[in-house]
Ligand binder design. Structure first.
Ligand code: M6R
Length: 610
């Protein structure tokens, strides 16, 4: 959940670390800190954002060609200056930054306390750095060996970088369940939680695997396991451009990412549909055709927005591939002793590819013998590497904490997968080919919806002070109702609930009065007449209806206070269109309420801890 960055080479480390921390700030922004090696370890840390750290450092000396930085999302210990990383050992010989959780930190702390160690912070991380120091001083081993031995005592998750004053030209890096990417350039290395701080210097990277550590000098790297076996690293090239990581003139990444959707959806489709016959080809699944064809059941595991995409996927797979689907919160699935067989296909859906619960669900499903696939955005991420096969969504880097373009790309890929499995199973192709053909029109239709931005700004202004919102939809639009509500609550802090519209009568209708905005996602499909009655029921109780409707819908226009028209499409692809106005509505409401939409309070982009 935190972001870590390190540098060793010939340049000044500080600007590289600060720039890297800004790129990683989406992972946590409770506090930030930097350690620089310049004869001794110089430490700067501050509660707040990276900008606060920069002001704190001010004109102080920041010399050093070796250093590391951290941006924190607090788990153990409140966000303050003392708990900010890096943490130092008692003697000051070691400094360490950490992403993850040391689960057995209290027993390790008790052991260290009994030997006279004292602690400044409330963090689990300080326990680890003291443990390293204890082993180093008691066992007379090298710093890297002390790190390795300490990690053998740790239960939990970690991505760490360690500096030691006794070996100032070295960085020691290690990972378990917490991503580490090492960028390799001529006489320098940049290390980070993801590739974004690295690509300005090199696109050649090593993704560290679980239980591996790297020992880096400015011109050498050694990779070994924490069991002390030397590993030959696998060098990969990152396909990412610097412009993708900039706001490009938009006020927030979220807005940029909303407006990128015509392109990101097109990128998710590119090269996967044969224009001659609308058949689908998914190269990432080439080795698993038989198991896909014969699967008795699909289980989607995901969290948050990715789980909502999974719900749309359930409808798509059951409708087109005619196979039963279950959609599971990964956090529940992993702890409830699920029944999984070798005939199951488990699909992990994750933008980041690093979500701890989804990753744990992947591991459980693999152990049970299921075929495990990934529908992932971040190339080279842990879930993409831990799954047997998969399909990248190719949405490009998503930096805003609120997921937008990843959702539409996930739904796009799931619709392609549903059609592909239908093809493999020889199910009459007419229905799914119709959908595939319509999918090709979606980017242009999204572009049209984005042109309604000014109307949505006006609606947002009228409702920005509301304290509650209800979102209602049926069928394919029910997951969109959930997603619309999640978007609003996470960035504007307005309480919002999504429901299947028909469920309203079973409880939520009691909430409706003249102060309750109700957002209906009421596009034309088989249940249209039913949702019109639901709109009627809300209007007659004086609820304030904002309806997302298919263009030309006069019936709902006559009932609702506001309508947002979207182009007609195939009902099963409507989520790709109907979600766009809801993303814009939540964005504008949040901005009007003065919220930082890219860095909402208490949240971080990828949840790599439990
Ligand atoms: O990276 P993932 O897709 O696995 O992340 C899952 C959720 O944490 C994520 O979708 C979260 O709910 C977003 N903040 C939603 O906007």
């Amino acid at each position: 959940m935190c972001g870590i960055v390190g540098y060793i080479g010939y340049r000044d480390a500080y600007p590289i670390l600060i720039d890297g921390l800004k790129r990683l700030e989406y992972r946590g922004y409770d506090s930030a800190g930097v350690a620089l090696m310049n004869g001794s370890i110089n430490l700067y840390k501050k509660q707040g954002k990276v900008a606060d750290l920069e002001s704190h450092v001010g004109a102080q000396s920041t010399d050093g060609h070796v250093g590391m930085g951290h941006t924190r999302w607090a788990t153990h210990g409140e966000p303050n200056d003392i708990n900010a990383h890096p943490h130092c050992s008692a003697s000051g010989n070691f400094a360490l930054i950490h992403n993850g959780i040391i689960e057995n930190y209290s027993s390790l702390k008790a052991k260290l306390t009994s030997k006279g160690y004292t602690f400044q912070s409330g963090t689990d991380t300080e326990v680890l750095v003291q443990l390293i120091e204890m082993i180093y001083s008691e066992s007379e081993v090298t710093p890297e060996e002390a790190v390795r031995l300490a990690l053998n005592e740790v239960v939990g998750a970690y991505g760490i970088i360690v500096m030691c004053q006794d070996e100032p030209g070295k960085l020691i890096v290690a990972r378990k369940s917490s991503p580490i990417v090492i960028g390799i350039a001529e006489n320098e290395y940049v290390i980070a939680s993801d590739a974004t701080p690295i690509i300005a210097y090199t696109k050649d990277v090593i993704y560290l695997n679980d239980d591996e550590m790297a020992i880096l000098t400015k011109d050498s790297h050694t990779i070994k396991t924490i069991g002390n076996e030397i590993r030959t690293p696998f060098l990969q090239r990152v396909e990412m451009e610097l412009e993708e990581l900039e706001k490009g003139g938009y006020d927030y990444f979220m807005l940029k990412e909303i407006f990128e959707q015509p392109k990101s959806i097109a990128d998710s489709i590119r090269g996967r549909i044969n224009p001659n016959d609308n058949s689908v080809w998914l190269g990432g699944l080439v080795d698993v055709h038989e198991r896909l064809k014969n699967a008795k059941r699909f289980i989607f595991v995901a969290c948050g927005t990715s789980w909502h995409a999974g719900l749309v996927g359930e409808y798509l797979f059951e409708e087109y591939a005619r196979v039963p689907v279950e959609v599971e919160y990964a956090s529940e699935f992993r702890y409830r002793n699920p029944i999984i067989t070798e005939d199951d296909v488990v699909i992990a859906i994750s933008q980041s590819g690093e979500t701890a619960d989804t990753l744990a669900a992947v591991q459980i499903a693999k152990t049970a013998g299921a075929l495990v696939l990934g529908v992932v955005n971040a190339v080279g991420s842990t879930i993409s590497r831990e799954t047997h096969a998969g399909v990248y969504i190719h949405a490009g880097p998503e930096i805003g904490v609120a997921s937008t373009k990843a959702f539409t790309s996930q739904v796009t890929v799931l619709s392609l997968m549903a059609a592909f499995i239908a093809q493999l199973k020889g199910i009459s192709s007419f229905k799914s080919q119709e959908v595939v053909n319509e999918l090709l029109q979606i980017p242009e239709k999204v572009r049209t919806i984005l042109e309604t931005n000014e109307d949505i700004i006006r609606i947002s202004d009228l409702f920005k002070d509301s304290s509650n919102f209800l979102y209602l939809g049926r069928g394919y639009n029910f997951p969109v109702a959930l997603e619309g509500a999640l978007k609003l609550k996470e960035i504007s802090y307005i309480h919002a609930e999504g429901y299947p519209a028909a469920e309203m009568k079973h409880g939520p209708i009691a909430l409706i009065d003249e102060n309750m905005p109700v957002v209906f996602i009421a596009t034309h499909d088989e249940s249209y007449d039913k949702i019109v009655s639901n709109v009627d029921q809300v209007v007659s109780r004086k609820g304030r209806v904002i309806a997302v409707v298919t263009e030309g819908d006069e019936t709902i226009r006559n009932l609702a206070e506001f309508v947002i028209e979207i182009p007609k499409s195939h009902p099963s692809l409507m989520p790709l269109l109907s979600v766009i106005p809801l993303q814009l509505l939540s964005y504008h409401v949040a901005v009007m309420r003065g919220c930082n939409v890219d860095q909402p309070r208490n949240l971080a982009k990828s949840v790599t801890v439990e």
